[in-house]
Design a protein around this ligand. Structure first.
Ligand code: HEC
Ligand code: HEC
Length: 256
């Protein structure tokens, strides 16, 4: 892959204007980190199905999605404290919380000695993206979010379109997300966004020799939804992707 990429650069230098080098999002790095740190052993694959926890009133280790996080952590700082100390500081000082934890077979470990500050930031970005508690305003964008869940957009593009799943044969090596430098490079305006969703590609790429080589070669391809969805559904998917791409959710607190 690296070699093919390097040869591509030499043979087609103009390709640099079309495709840029890897730029993963903090949430995508956080997902990989969660894998490497063993978070998914207890919280289940991608933090979506915690293992049975005998003695816990929640019955299992809590997952990261469907708003569960909010029952445990009230802010990003409390998420940081879960990772660093095994629970928010306020709860650790609470005798009844300690008693509750003592009754459980499995306890959340403290990772203080194993993660750097930036790694904690990446993990928090992943937890936020996975939480399903960052909502676009009501209207087309929120309809689009529901549809994106139903259609499985996030299985390929990562939680909330945070990107980064491996894709052998693609120039960047992974599936791009819905925001950041990759997105800006791949989607220049509404027409291209519509074209990606309806046709699974854009003219700027299909008409370029190198870009179309990688379009064909990559193992996972963007499906074409044009024939399968109503125009209003495509419009709402576009509204959602555009909302994500604006990154205003970065400043939002998690919401119930
Ligand atoms: C040994 C099992 C185990 C491992 C490994 C583990 N956790 Fe946990 N985690 C738990 C348990 C049990 C709880 C519930 C604690 C409570 O009730 O306060 C929890 C709670 C949490 C919570 C708050 C509740 C939720 O799920 O929304 C977060 C966030 C969290 N863990 C993140 C992580 C991250 C990130 C990692 C990896 C760095 C990790 N956990 C690794 C067992 C584990
Ligand atoms: C089977 C995996 C898969 C699914 C499902 C999928 N995509 Fe994609 N998508 C891709 C791949 C791979 C690319 C990158 C194409 C390329 O670079 O040539 C892509 C590209 C895109 C792009 C443009 C590039 C970027 O920065 O993301 C958008 C927008 C997009 N997809 C939106 C969606 C939406 C909306 C859905 C759900 C309706 C969806 N995708 C479902 C694999 C998928």
């Amino acid at each position: 892959m690296l070699l093919a990429g390097a040869v591509g650069w030499l043979v087609y230098p103009h390709a640099r204007a079309i495709v840029i080098p890897p730029e993963e999002s903090a949430a995508a790095r956080g997902r990989q980190l969660a894998e490497d740190l063993g978070c998914f052993t207890c919280h289940g694959p991608l933090g979506r199905s915690g293992v049975v926890n005998h003695g816990s009133s929640y019955k299992t280790v809590p997952p990261f999605h469907e708003g569960t996080i909010m029952m445990f952590a009230k802010s990003d700082d409390e998420l940081r404290e879960y990772i660093l100390y095994g629970a928010p500081r306020s709860r650790l000082e609470n005798a009844s919380y300690e008693q509750e934890m003592a009754q459980q077979a499995i306890r959340m470990p403290a990772y203080e000695d194993f993660v750097s500050r930036t790694q904690v930031d990446d993990l928090v970005a992943f937890l936020r993206a996975s939480s399903e508690m960052l909502f676009p305003p009501d209207g087309p964008a929120s309809d689009g979010e529901e549809l994106a869940h139903e259609l499985g957009c996030f299985s390929c593009h990562g939680a909330m379109g945070s990107g980064g799943y491996a894709n052998p044969g693609s120039l960047k090596g992974y599936i791009p997300g819905f925001f950041g430098p990759d997105y800006a490079e791949l989607v220049e305006g509404d027409e291209e966004l519509r074209s990606w969703i309806e046709r699974g590609s854009i003219d700027r790429f299909t008409q370029d020799r190198l870009a179309s080589f990688f379009l064909e070669r990559q193992r996972v391809k963007m499906p074409a939804y044009g024939e399968r969805l109503e125009k209003a559904e495509i419009d709402s998917l576009m509204a959602y992707v555009k909302w994500v791409s604006k990154e205003e959710w970065r400043d939002l607190p998690l919401q119930e």
